[in-house]
Design a protein around this ligand. Structure first.
Ligand code: BEZ
Ligand code: FE
Length: 297
């Protein structure tokens, strides 16, 4: 009779009956999570009142989402991204002290093992795109420079593709690099102006976006992971505020503090000094790291 301690299943007491079944859970956190998930899911089903056919469509959508996943493709993360869940989990786990730079999604295109380069190196290995020079400082929340901060940067090219999406077309590690700050906390490197691009949209998530009348694009950005001993690792981007998709990022990753200024520069002498053959873009952006354990805002 144990199974019916909270009564037989009815539409009205569905949550109580299902969650009551977990009373001997071996894992308290799992029990709590499943209680919330069950409650919210039943609430959604009661509000939506799906037909059997609609429910089967939902099951098949999730089945296709799983079937799309492999070593290179994680369709469930993409689903979480376009539903704003990735950004919500990121926000909850990265509440920062005031003044610290804000985080945003990691995305699927980071790879380990990018080369560590001299400050000022050009991460564009195929000379395609509009020249760009990017610099700034890595600071603590008191405005002091951080020495030995390691900056891992990656970006899409001027056609909106990462090297890993165009193997054999772009050189390996194109538009990727790792830089280490000196005592002044300063960093700089050369690159090309990135372009907006669609998140992988040839699977069920892309189909869902299309049916919802949503575009799959992310505004032009550069990715950063910044690490320094004694500081919280910062995973973030900087965005081009003039990008056509800046107000409608498919994965909701844009934050006001992550908008950088991209300045178009005509200065033949400086261009020459940077080894550029014409006009270039300049970006200056400081990053502020929070100390481990530093009080949150
Ligand atoms: C990215 O910026 O690389 C990215 C983030 C989320 C989904 C797809 C791509
Ligand atoms: Fe990206």
């Amino acid at each position: 009779m144990d199974a019916h301690e909270t009564g037989f299943f009815t539409e009205d007491n569905s949550v109580k009956v299902v969650t009551g079944r977990n009373k001997n859970a071996k894992d308290e956190r799992l029990k709590q999570v499943m209680e919330v998930v069950t409650r919210k899911l039943h609430e959604a089903v009661k509000e939506i009142e799906p037909t059997q056919d609609e429910w089967m469509q939902a099951i098949l959508f999730l089945t296709r989402t799983g079937q799309m996943c492999n070593e290179w493709r994680q369709e469930f993360i993409l689903l979480s991204d376009v539903l704003g869940v990735s950004m919500l989990v990121d926000a909850i786990n990265n509440r920062k002290p005031s003044g610290a730079s804000e985080s945003t999604v990691l995305g699927p295109f980071h790879i380990e093992g990018a080369p560590e380069l001299e400050m000022g190196a050009n991460i564009c290995l195929d000379a395609k795109g509009e020249h760009m020079v990017i610099g700034g400082r890595i600071l603590d929340t008191a405005g002091q420079p951080i020495k030995d901060a390691v900056i891992d940067v990656w970006q899409a090219n001027d056609e909106g593709f990462y090297d890993v999406q165009q193997q054999g077309i772009q050189p390996d590690f194109n538009l990727r690099g790792v830089f280490r700050t000196g005592p002044d906390g300063h960093y700089w490197f050369r690159a090309v102006k990135p372009k907006y691009y669609p998140i992988p949209d040839d699977g069920p998530v892309g189909q869902m976006l299309d049916r919802l009348g949503r575009h799959p694009n992310r505004p032009a950005h550069l990715h950063y992971i910044i690490k320094a001993a004694g500081f919280e690792t910062l995973i973030t981007h900087i965005f081009d505020p003039n990008d056509p998709y800046i107000n409608s990022d498919a994965v909701f990753g844009v934050k006001e503090s992550l908008l950088a200024e991209f300045t178009h520069t005509h200065d033949p002498d400086r261009a020459k000094a940077y080894d550029f053959d014409g006009d270039f873009w300049e970006v200056e952006h400081d990053f502020v790291l929070a100390r481990v354990g530093e009080k949150r805002a």
